[in-house]
Design a protein around this ligand. Structure first.
Ligand code: CP
Length: 334
């Protein structure tokens, strides 16, 4: 089915069949190569936050499809941007997204956005206002390169799971919280919950008390599970969570009850360093594969022994970023 002209803001906007279509294109292109698109896609890559994998894989994918990507870092090498409507712009931002997005829409075939939460107020950040404003004004497809979800990472994860597990339906997917010296964005964890359930897996979220993901995403995961015949379990029982897991995905995220107050949260987070993914925990699984979106602090989130083990998919998943994104761009801009 044609996906041309669609935004790619969340995998929740796509049916499983549509996601499978993108994954099939990714697998085919990975195996047999790809053709440049007649449209020679021109991408604006707006990075409000740093990146290694996302930036390089999008720039390369645009080039591989015969197009071009221009990377802009608002507040660094491009003007800082305001999204709030009707306010006097007497702060840091030099231009309004209403103007910037419309200009980019004249130059480019798609606008791709990375804009993490501001970490001041989750009730504000969960509105994803900068992304939504760009969507409203750009007039061309808008692609989410990580805001409060990370759908491009989901494509790479799903492609990797299909390669390793063959069939994802009915498999146990363990999403485990891990310690980190800072409170981090919940985007990848939200996304892991969404894509695992969309792929028919039985999701277990292992997290210390207080580290629940936002109900908005957990409700979506439960809806996916219901539609695809999977299940959702939330627990702080490490042994039970690892037992029988087929795929272990680890990620740190901040406690939403202390959102942005990470120094205050530290005392709550500190007792849970033992959530690290290590060999004794992996031994309880069904010989599970293990992965992380990267970047990852070794021997804090996952031991070197696990990260460098034959079941580790860290580099395979990162490598699949370009295949997933090239396929998504092919479907949306082809
Ligand atoms: N996983 C991921 O998005 O990596 P970067 O932050 O390096 O882009």
């Amino acid at each position: 089915m044609p996906l041309k002209g669609r935004n790619f803001l969340s995998t929740q906007d796509f049916t499983r069949k549509e996601i499978e279509q993108i994954l099939a294109t990714a697998a085919k292109q990975k195996k047999s190569g790809w053709k440049p698109l007649k449209s020679k896609p021109k991408l604006a890559l707006l990075f409000f936050n740093p990146s290694l994998r996302t930036r390089s894989s999008f720039e390369l994918a645009a080039w591989q499809l015969g197009g071009h990507a221009v990377t802009l870092q608002p507040g660094k090498d491009a003007w800082a941007m305001e999204w709030r409507e009707g306010i006097p712009m007497d702060g840091e931002a030099e231009e309004h997204v209403k103007d910037a997005a419309r200009v980019l829409g004249r130059f480019f075939d798609a606008v791709c956005v990375r804009c993490f939460p501001k970490f001041q107020d989750w009730t504000v950040d969960k509105q994803d206002s900068m992304l939504r404003a760009i969507e409203r004004y750009a007039g061309v497809p808008v692609i989410n390169m990580e805001t409060i979800v990370h759908p491009c990472q989901e494509l790479a994860l799903a492609l990797t799971m299909k390669e390793k597990l063959k069939k994802t339906d009915g498999k146990k997917f363990l999403l485990t919280w891990t310690f980190h010296p800072k409170g981090l964005n919940t985007a990848v964890a939200n996304s892991a919950a969404l894509i695992s359930t969309k792929m028919g897996m039985n999701l277990t979220v292992l997290r210390p008390p207080g580290y629940d993901l936002d109900p908005m995403f957990m409700d979506q995961a439960r809806e996916n599970a219901k539609a695809q015949g999977g299940s959702v379990t939330v627990t702080d029982d490490i042994d039970a969570a690892y037992k029988g897991a087929d795929f272990v995905y680890c990620k740190s995220w901040g406690n939403l009850n202390y959102f942005g107050r990470w120094e205050e949260e530290k005392k709550v987070r500190e007792p849970y360093r033992h959530f690290i993914v290590d060999a004794p925990k992996m031994a309880k699984t069904n010989d599970a594969y293990v992965s992380h979106c990267l970047p990852m602090r070794r021997n804090v989130k996952m031991t070197d022994e696990v990260a460098d083990s034959p079941r580790s998919c860290l580099i395979d998943e990162a490598g699949n970023r370009i295949h997933g994104q090239r396929a998504m761009l092919t479907e949306i801009l082809g």
